[in-house]
Design a protein around this ligand. Structure first.
Ligand code: PGA
Length: 256
């Protein structure tokens, strides 16, 4: 089902105690404050926080995501974390294909397809990231790039599998740069993504697909981005690390 989602991606930030405190604040906010009506909130924490945060949270509209999983099932892969291990912590989702994983860890679409399979085998929801770099946008190739990332990374799954996938459009030039896509640029790409989902899985599945925007989303621009018909929510990096900013973005999503 298409949902209004605000997901935080903490990346490699927060010590254990700092992370538990931030998760506690978010949980308390959702428990006591008005302003989150109809919004599903996800915390993409480092691996070390997953089990404790998943155990501590009490609110039905709050859940936890890992930021990556291995494409392997298990075994001699030092330092890796499997989808089965993530699921065993109580985390409900995993972010796959973030541009930082693609850029700094050489993750290819083919590798990501394997991660997607492992996640689905373990009943995890997936936040699948796609987005072009600046040179690709300037060359006018951004639609083609995003379509290929989706086609090769995630469109091999069945319709039932795809119903567990949320797509995050994250233009790489907007991530951590303070340079957000304009609401028009986001809407244009989100509508395009919905059209390629429709080609693959049909109009009903496309209408049910949740598509998030990510890239310098902040309290200042969230409201306008979320007012666009195909922007269902956000994947929030920097602004998810400060509780007050994260709450403002949740509020902006609830209002629309
Ligand atoms: P940002 O990161 O909000 O800090 O730009 C978003 C992301 O990478 O998911």
């Amino acid at each position: 089902m298409r949902k209004k989602i605000v997901a935080g991606n903490w990346k490699m930030n927060k010590t254990y105690d700092e992370g538990l405190e931030l998760a506690r604040e978010v949980n308390e906010y959702l428990r006591y404050k008005e302003g989150a009506e109809g919004v599903t909130v996800i915390l993409g924490t480092p691996f070390i926080h997953l089990a404790k945060v998943a155990h501590n949270i009490t609110e039905a509209n709050l859940s936890v995501a890992a930021q990556d999983c291995s494409a392997e099932k298990g075994g001699a892969y030092t330092g890796e974390i499997s989808a089965a291990m993530i699921a065993s912590t109580g985390a409900k989702h995993v972010i796959i294909g973030h541009s930082e994983r693609r850029a700094y860890h050489g993750e290819t679409n083919a590798l990501l397809a394997g991660k997607v399979n492992r996640a689905l085998e373990n009943d995890l929801g997936i936040i699948f990231c796609a987005g072009e770099v600046l040179a690709e946008r300037e060359a006018g190739n951004h639609f083609e790039v995003v379509e290929r990332q989706l086609a090769e990374g995630v469109f091999h799954v069945t319709a039932a599998g795809f119903s567990r996938v949320v797509i995050a459009y994250e233009p790489v030039w907007a991530i951590g740069t303070g340079k957000t896509a304009t609401p028009d640029q986001a809407q244009e790409m989100h509508a395009f993504i919905r059209s390629v989902v429709a080609k693959q899985y049909g109009d009903v599945a496309a209408a049910d697909t949740t598509i998030l925007y990510g890239g310098s989303c902040s309290p200042a621009n969230a409201g306008e981005l979320f007012s666009r018909p195909d922007v269902d929510g956000g994947l929030i990096g920097g602004a998810s690390l400060k509780a007050a900013d994260f709450f403002e973005i949740i509020k902006a999503r609830a209002k629309r």
